[in-house]
Design a protein around this ligand. Structure first.
Ligand SMILES: [Zn+2]
Ligand SMILES: [Zn+2]
Length: 343
């Protein structure tokens, strides 16, 4: 009697363990499939008939764990265009599930580090993760030197990985980007740098002295106009690019707050920070002057990025655009990393 009971119990235990093991195995299989399938969102470039914009970085040179530096992704005509690739951009694009191997072209506005710090990561990751053709990176004169610098920095990595993985060795050319430098004809303020399948991109000179040239870009598609300012002070030079734009993604500087912050910094003994802040005032776009210019140019939607100072707390957020609404009748958006806008 006891013997039969014990045998029965043992059979039950073994059967139970077997079922649990099978269930665990099925669960593990499901989890692995989920992880492997968790790829990029290939529909981002194609899911909208007009222009779609992802603000992939709203940062400035100020280091932030919460914001990537300058980064704006544009989808138009089924293609993806990236404007600037500051530190944290690649992680930000991954967080938005952007298929970075499908980038049609990268445009760099100027060579302040917060606008191209992640370029090496982007090129290298594309090679490792299956990009098929070398990435085209277009920017001001100086682009070739920057790309050559990244090539030198990644040369050992390229060698190690090629030795280990024949499929990477086969497409070693992809480990190196193709630099395209933009030359302006004498006296020209704008030059067409891309024209395919109804999408045009013009590079325009902006005002960011002593950075020369510093560029902005105008992208047009299906009668819609987008201006991406790069870094610039508010200047009449930018008026033609802004004129009648449906959307302007513009650098932004809350001068009224920075001017208030400088004496506070000095009171706290932060002389170094105070000096840095003072030096940034003349070559960025003061929000009030920007609002006035956007109104004069008939801009429909003004999107503020490259935010200085970061509107991280409720008070700064509340005051950040103070006074702009009195001067500008269009729509104002203070961008956040990961924000998607379409028109
Ligand atoms: Zn900048
Ligand atoms: Zn700059």
């Amino acid at each position: 009697m006891w013997r039969k009971l014990l045998i029965g119990l043992a059979v039950l235990l073994v059967a139970g363990a077997g079922t649990a093991y099978a269930a665990r195995d099925a669960l593990l299989g499901w989890a692995i499939r989920q992880r492997v399938q968790q790829g990029p969102d290939l529909a981002f470039a194609k899911g909208h008939d007009g222009i779609r914009v992802l603000i992939c970085g709203t940062g400035s040179p100020e280091v932030s764990s919460a914001r990537a530096q300058a980064c704006t992704l544009v989808a138009a005509g089924g293609k993806l265009f990236l404007f600037d690739v500051g530190d944290g951009s690649v992680r930000s694009l991954a967080a938005s599930r952007i298929p970075v191997n499908d980038l049609e072209r990268v445009f760099v506005t100027h060579f302040h580090s917060d606008h191209f710090g992640d370029l090496g990561v982007l090129i290298n990751a594309g090679w490792i993760w299956g990009r098929e053709t070398p990435l085209a990176v277009q920017g001001p004169v100086g682009m070739k030197g920057v790309i050559a610098g990244y090539e030198a920095a990644y040369a050992l990595d390229e060698g190690y990985r090629s030795a280990n993985m024949p499929h990477l060795a086969e497409r070693r050319a992809v480990a190196r980007a193709v630099p395209l430098e933009i030359a302006f004809p004498q006296g020209a303020g704008a030059v067409r740098v891309y024209d395919k399948a109804g999408v045009t991109v013009d590079a325009v000179r902006v005002a960011h002295d002593p950075v020369r040239p510093a560029l902005g870009y105008v992208l047009k598609y299906k009668g819609r106009k987008l201006f991406i300012s790069g870094d610039t002070e508010v200047s009449p030079v930018n008026l033609p690019a802004m004129q009648g734009a449906d959307m302007v993604v513009h650098e932004s500087y809350a001068g009224h707050m920075v001017r208030r912050a400088i004496p506070e910094m000095r009171k706290l003994g932060m002389e170094f920070n105070a000096r840095v802040a003072e030096r940034t005032i003349p070559y960025h776009a003061d929000n009030i002057a920007l609002a006035r210019q956007a109104e004069a140019a008939g801009v429909k939607h003004l999107v503020l990025t490259h935010l200085i100072p970061y509107p991280e707390n409720a008070v700064v957020r509340g005051m950040y655009t103070e006074g702009m609404g009195d001067l500008y009748t269009g729509r104002i958006t203070v961008a956040e990393d990961g924000m998607v806008l379409a028109f």
